[in-house]
Structures are given as C-alpha cells and as structure tokens.
Design a protein around this ligand. Structure first.
Ligand code: IMP
Ligand code: MG
Length: 186
C-alpha cells in the first residue's frame, strides 16, 4: 500500500513522537522563562520548510506573548550535503530591529546555513538574536557555531521526518528516523 512505503523506508526510529513532544514542551518552557522580561518584542522565526513542524509545536509551548514570522531559505537542493550557499527565497515580513529574535531551525549540520543567517539578521540590529534547533549534529560542524537552544544531539546519520526531508519527501512523518541506505542507491 502506498501509505506504508514511507515507513518502510525507515531503517530505525531515532526519536519517537512522544520523545519529540516532551522535549519541545521543555524548550517552550525554557524560552518562556528566559524571555519573560522582554514584553511584546519576542519573535520566533521559522526557517522554511524544514522547521515548520518544530516551529508550530514550539510556538504553542511558549506561554509568553510571541510574534511569529517566516523565512524561506534553500541551501541543500535535493542533495544530502550542504553547498554552503544560502539563497533567500522568502524574507521575514516584519522589521526585526529592536526585537528579541529566536530562529527556529530543524537541524544544525555543517552550521554554514545558520552562520550565514545569523550574520545577515544581526546586521538588522535586533535587540538579541538566538538560535533554537530541534537537532544538532556537532560531528559535522564546519564552522564555529553552536545552537543556543537545541532539542537533541544526534549521531552523524541522515535523518528524516518531523519536517526533515529527503528529496522533498518524509516531512510529514511524526517521528525522526534514519533512512535505509537502499533509498539513496535506488
Ligand atoms: P547546514 O548548513 O549544513 O547546517 O545544513 C542545515 C540544513 O541542511 C538543514 O536545515 C536541513 O535542511 C539540511 N540537513 C542537514 N542534515 C540533514 C539530515 O540529516 N536530514 C535532512 N536534512 C538535513
Ligand atoms: Mg532546512
């Protein structure tokens, strides 16, 4: 059956739906505490498309007033390794000057995407700028950056689900899993 094929392509589940939901709630509580004094000027920016699931769960786990906005970037094409070139396909609508900006991203891998993005957004003079990544793959880092907040440190394996894709597919899986190697070689 067509509906089962996505799950059949997963070698093993790394993070279950329950693990993710529990951790995202904790991150939301942490942000609510850390930004409690920032009034109405806190903005959570979703990096499209990979962060969309994480972002929408995280935003609802934050109990303080939160502005939301979206930024589209493309750094991967359809490949598994980063090109280092970040193209902005959709910019943030609002001004971020004077705001406490938190970038919500799916994963920090080489770090090149967020390095580039934080440099770009800093130049717009936000009151503060932090990164919040669901996943961190520190072994793959190619520049000096670490997420300010992260959900899980994961091993150096290519994962899909909960927003993360391979060739545009698997984003709607509710868990994070490792793809079977046969999927790449087909
Ligand atoms: P970086 O610039 O190498 O840190 O790449 C970050 C981007 O690469 C993420 O936003 C993802 O879109 C993509 N990426 C990195 N690792 C994975 C993975 O294991 N699965 C799916 N996408 C990934
Ligand atoms: Mg992405």
């Amino acid at each position: 059956m067509r509906g089962d094929y996505m799950r059949d392509d997963i070698a093993r589940i790394l993070l279950t739906e329950e693990m993710i939901q529990k951790r995202v709630k904790e991150l939301g509580e942490q942000l609510s505490k850390d930004y409690a004094e920032c009034g109405d000027d806190v903005m959570l920016v979703c990096i499209l498309k990979g962060a969309v699931m994480f972002f929408s769960d995280l935003a609802r786990a934050v109990s303080i007033p939160l502005q939301i906005d979206f930024m589209g970037i493309s750094s991967y094409g359809n490949e598994q390794k980063t090109s280092g070139i970040v193209r902005i396909t959709k910019d943030i609508d609002a001004s971020i000057t004077g705001k406490h900006v938190i970038i919500a991203e799916d994963i920090m891998d080489s770090g090149l995407t967020l390095k580039h993005l934080t440099k770009l957004l800093s130049s717009r003079n936000p009151a503060s700028l932090k990164t919040c990544c669901l996943l961190d793959k520190p072994k793959r880092r190619e520049c000096d950056i670490t997420p300010d907040y992260y959900g899980f440190v994961i091993p150096n394996e290519f994962v899909v689900g909960y927003g993360l894709d391979y060739m545009g597919i698997y984003r709607n899986l509710p868990f994070v899993g490792v793809l079977k190697p046969s999927v790449y070689s087909e």
